[in-house]
Design a protein around this ligand. Structure first.
Ligand code: FES
Length: 324
């Protein structure tokens, strides 16, 4: 696997807005935590065994703690409810990561757009850009101000932040947000699928598709999940996988996922969405050519083939060797 599991403690649990709590996680012996950059997230292993991904929204300079924020989703899969109802200050929580598939690239100007709890990675980005004196604007939409987390922290970042509570102002004006931006600008968006789609459409029209960067909370269209680099070459539907760490070789039949087969030999492998969008099951590829089906890795990362998401990925070669 790409990351080791680490056991941390909940130092603080705070209410950030209606329906949103934050957790501050620290090492039990006060050791420094692995460094991270805005856009990074961690996998949290809940007491029930569920694994969920949360963006880091604290200060990357503070190596004593990670902060995450969690929306209580009544219609969710139970992870957020568990954090709200069960997790207390002083409880242990296992994590993996941080990992970052949403990092800030160099740009002449940044348009940051957040919807609801999507503010978590965007908040860390805004803080960094403000500190660096970069050119940036942030548009943050939510149902109403009482439901929008971190408004106080954002108010300290100055006039580059536009708060758009839907009950007062309607939706974020994406035309305004992306009109007259300098050449070389980048757009970073995190929020619900409807917002990402609208931002992407506007970005493609006004700036260009290469400017768009986004992080979603759920699996999306088949277009995003399509394999990259498919040349039409016939590749085996059944293949062998060697798990180098576990020390065994298994056959993955055409009707079973690679993750299912791997779990039989190594039940400790982390996974969550089983749909190629959360990143939990990212695994290093030591040999062979993976066939990617996820919406996490960039085109360049898929081309390199150094890691793969084994819940949806398969093999383009007869044999695959994984660091698992
Ligand atoms: S389990 Fe979520 S990407 Fe594989």
């Amino acid at each position: 696997m790409v990351h080791e599991t680490e056991r941390l403690l909940v130092r603080r649990k705070d209410t950030e807005s209606e329906g949103v709590v934050s957790l501050l996680l620290e090492h039990p012996q006060g050791r420094s935590l692995a460094s991270w950059a805005p856009g990074a997230h961690i996998d949290v292993v809940l007491p029930s065994g569920k694994v969920r991904q949360y963006s880091l929204c604290g200060d990357p300079e503070d190596t004593t703690a990670y902060r995450i924020a969690v929306l209580d989703e009544a219609d969710g899969r139970g992870g957020s409810r568990e954090i709200h109802d069960v997790i207390r200050e002083g409880d242990p929580l296992s994590i993996q990561g941080p990992r970052n598939h949403f990092a800030l690239d160099a740009a002449s100007h940044y348009v940051l757009i957040a919807g609801g709890i999507g503010i978590t990675p965007i908040l860390a980005m805004a803080r960094q850009l403000a500190t660096e004196g970069a050119s940036w604007r942030l548009y943050y939409g939510g149902r109403s101000k009482p439901t929008m987390a971190f408004l106080d922290e954002l108010s300290q970042l100055g006039g580059a932040v536009t708060i758009v509570p839907q009950d007062e102002c309607g939706h974020i004006d994406l035309e305004v947000a992306m009109t007259d931006v300098p050449t070389g600008a980048a757009v970073y968006c995190c929020g619900p699928e409807s917002l990402i789609t609208a931002v992407r459409d506007t970005c493609v029209r006004l700036i260009g598709s290469e400017a768009m960067h986004f992080e979603r909370f759920a699996a999306s269209s088949a277009v995003d999940a399509a394999p990259v680099g498919d040349t039409g070459v016939d590749h085996p539907s059944e293949f062998e996988v060697e798990l180098r760490q576990t020390g065994c070789t298994l056959t993955v039949p055409a009707d079973r996922s690679l993750l299912e087969v791997v779990l039989e030999a190594n039940p400790d492998i982390l996974y969550s969405c089983e749909d190629g969008f959360c990143g939990s099951c990212e695994t290093r590829v030591l040999d062979g050519v993976p066939e990617h089906q996820d919406s996490i890795l960039s085109a360049a990362e898929k081309e390199k083939g150094e890691t793969m998401l084994i819940c949806v990925g398969r093999s383009r070669t007869e044999r695959l060797v994984l660091d698992a």
